[in-house]
Design a protein around this ligand. Structure first.
Ligand code: FES
Length: 677
């Protein structure tokens, strides 16, 4: 008689096992991913499986109703207390009695895939650095003297093959009472990094610990700090939130923060304290939202640009303000939460900071590279992370290049006359009729267009308060398509354009987008257009510099990353020449790719090793000293561009060919005026 055949799905792994073999044992021997925290003692319920009965022609087996042992008292007890879902068995209790097909549901897999919402994004394979282990420890014996930690370590090695473990002094203080309270059965949270260092005990509980175990993925930006609270067992995002970076009060952009440090001795310490306090507060807020204890956040991954990186770590960022932009370290960092005063987290929490690519291209770009994987693409892909600084990556399987470009805060609504941050009441979408030149728009917080019935009613509470970054891009692009602004970015007069909405403002003209009943006007001024031109020229010039370096004048795919990237309309971005010409169907938004990269590194140790080796293969291009940057910048000033053709754009949009410059010398209204950016 041959032994019964056990087939696992979805893995397809199969093998023959003697009658009476527990399913968990069969799974382990075949290398099937089946979870267990209690090591088969029937108390954790992590090993749940769904046996299938009947005929499985695909597998060539028929499973009899008695293919598994009968429901036993352990399962009975578990079911009566906690309830086992219908059709489920505990893999450590059910034994093989005949040929059987066993499905391992996703929640019973240790390395389950965390499915991401974005269609094109890869799923995350669960393999966090911190995991829970239930273990039975030998009691002390006078005849064989050894320490409690040594016996715990031996038990972990024997029952879970962890290798020798280490423990901090605070943990040692907790060890003896916990072992005794648990009657020599304890659960330990073990941190095992992606290097060869010995695993470290983060915490210990008597008996089986079934409480929460959390990780925090933080995207520390110059303007905002965004974070996701994740369940380290399932990978689920339990809550997400953000708050303003309090360092804004020291300077809106990075360089002004560096100069604050230069001018104010000790200013870096103030900024370090401010950002650490903000992360603590954010962790508390997000945990509260999820109904979780922030003190059970045992791991944090942080991604940030180089200046934020240094300010968070308490390193003077002054070297980053001047060539050659030397980082104190570009390597990844594995720290303790206490090193960064992250007191809201678990006292033994670990912090992982992704590596930086170079002095201007930080761990946030590394996180984008981890999330978007330009080096694994066949198509030449340009990834633009638009914020106060634009981080740009260009690459394919051959190689990947990176640079950053100082776009300034105009894309976020700053430096714009009616500009505001993206908040309810801000105009975010704009359309201008090419014939009547009349606008219609939508505001954040309302799904209706401004010319539709019910709009006034629906926006009464928020009002129409200003225009946000994506709104100003659409407004200017629509003005360009409607012939209200020319290729050089010059607004026409009412006479030149035939639109009474072009209102004089000093020597220039502004487009009247909205006037509220109390006379408050939202206009797109000549200054607004100049501010956007400067920002977009910096962005385009950075991308163009990378294309030069790559030896191409066309890209195949464009990915817009960053919170703002998620809201930009690709067509309008291309009309303005923010991004190089590309087939519109190949321009997509990746949302907060840096935040996603942080989440990947939080949930998967191998991803940390992967990005550490990837950053070494990314070639950094320095925009500040590149002689061609200025030339590209000047040419990119036009809408969409002075010299580069935009054939893909021209296929879908016919841009009016006009000039509102009446003086013939390239100036505005007869006088050359320059605005300060
Ligand atoms: Fe814990 Fe089966 S392994 S209940």
């Amino acid at each position: 008689m041959t032994d019964p055949l056990v087939i696992f799905t979805p893995s397809g792994k199969r093998g023959r096992f003697p009658t009476g073999t527990p399913i968990l044992t069969a799974a382990r021997q075949l290398g099937v991913d089946l979870d267990s925290v209690c090591g088969g003692r029937g108390i954790c319920s992590k090993c749940q499986v769904s046996p299938g009965y009947g005929q499985f022609s695909k597998h060539g087996v028929t499973v009899a109703p008695d293919a598994l042992s009968e429901w036993n008292s352990v399962e009975e007890r578990y079911d009566s207390i906690r309830g086992l879902p219908k059709g489920r068995r505990l893999g450590c209790q059910a034994t093989v009695q005949g040929d059987v097909v066993i499905d391992v549901p996703p929640e019973s897999q240790v390395h389950k895939q965390v499915v991401r919402k974005e269609v094109t994004a890869r799923d995350i394979r669960m393999d966090p650095a911190t995991r829970l282990y239930f273990v039975e420890v030998a009691e002390p014996d006078m005849h064989e003297p050894s320490g409690d930690l040594q016996r715990l370590s031996e038990a972990l090695e024997a029952q879970w093959q962890t290798g020798p473990v280490s423990a901090s002094l605070p943990l040692l203080r907790k060890l003896q009472p916990t072992l005794r309270a648990g009657n020599w059965q304890v659960t330990v949270a073990l941190y095992q990094g992606h290097d060869d260092a010995a695993p470290r005990i983060t915490d210990i509980w008597p008996g089986l610990y079934e409480g929460g175990l959390y990780g925090l993925a933080v995207d520390l930006g110059s303007t905002t700090i965004a974070a996701h609270l994740c369940d380290l067992r399932t990978g689920a995002v339990l809550a997400a939130g953000g708050r303003m970076n309090p360092q804004i009060r020291f300077g809106e952009d990075l360089m002004s923060r560096v100069s604050y440090v230069m001018m104010n001795p000790g200013g870096d310490l103030e900024m370090t304290r401010a950002v650490r306090d903000a992360i603590n507060a954010l962790a508390g807020e997000i945990a509260a939202e999820a109904g979780a204890d922030p003190a059970m956040i045992v791991e944090t991954v942080i991604v940030c640009n180089p200046v934020m990186h240094h300010l968070l770590l308490g390193i003077d960022p002054v070297e980053l303000g001047q060539a050659p932009f030397a980082l104190a370290t570009s390597d990844s960092l594995a720290l303790d939460g206490s090193d960064l005063d992250l007191a809201a987290l678990h006292p033994a929490a670990s912090v992982y900071i992704l590596p930086c690519i170079a002095g201007h291209v930080g761990a946030d770009s590394a996180a984008v590279a981890l999330s978007e994987e330009p080096g694994k693409q066949d198509a030449l892909t340009l990834i633009v992370d638009v914020g106060t600084n634009a981080e740009i990556l260009l690459g394919n399987r051959e190689r990947v290049l990176a640079c950053s470009s100082p776009t300034g805060p105009a894309f976020e609504g700053a430096q714009i006359s009616s500009g505001q941050r993206a908040a309810p009441g801000a105009i975010e979408r704009v359309e201008i009729d090419p014939v009547s030149k009349e606008p219609r728009f939508r505001v954040i917080g309302c799904d209706l267009w401004s010319d539709g019935p019910g709009f006034d009613e629906a926006t009464r509470a928020t009002g129409i308060t200003g225009i946000c970054g994506s709104g100003i891009i659409e407004a200017i692009a629509e003005m360009r398509m409607a012939g209200l602004v020319d290729a050089r970015g010059l607004n026409g007069s009412a006479e030149q354009t035939g639109s009474a909405r072009m209102v004089p403002e000093g020597r220039t003209h502004s487009y009247l987008l909205h006037e509220s009943s109390d006379g408050r006007r939202i206009t797109v001024t000549q200054g607004d257009i100049r501010a956007i031109q400067l920002a977009k020229s910096a962005l385009y010039a950075g991308a163009r510099l990378l294309m030069d370096e790559f030896g191409v004048d066309k890209v195949e795919r464009v990915v817009l990353a960053g919170a703002f990237g998620a809201h930009i309309s690709p067509k309008h971005a291309m009309v303005l020449g923010m991004i190089p010409d590309a087939p519109l169907e190949h321009v997509r938004s990746a949302g907060n790719a840096a935040g996603t990269g942080a989440r990947i590194a939080l949930l998967n140790r191998a991803a940390r090793a992967e990005i550490e080796s990837t950053v070494h293969r990314i070639t950094k291009v320095e925009t500040a000293i590149a002689p061609k940057f200025q030339e590209h910048f000047v040419n990119a000033n036009s809408l969409p561009h002075a010299t580069d053709p935009f054939p893909e754009l021209n296929r879908i949009v016919a841009l009016p060919d006009l000039s509102f410059n009446t003086s013939g010398d390239g100036s505005e209204g007869g006088r050359r005026r320059r605005r300060r950016g």
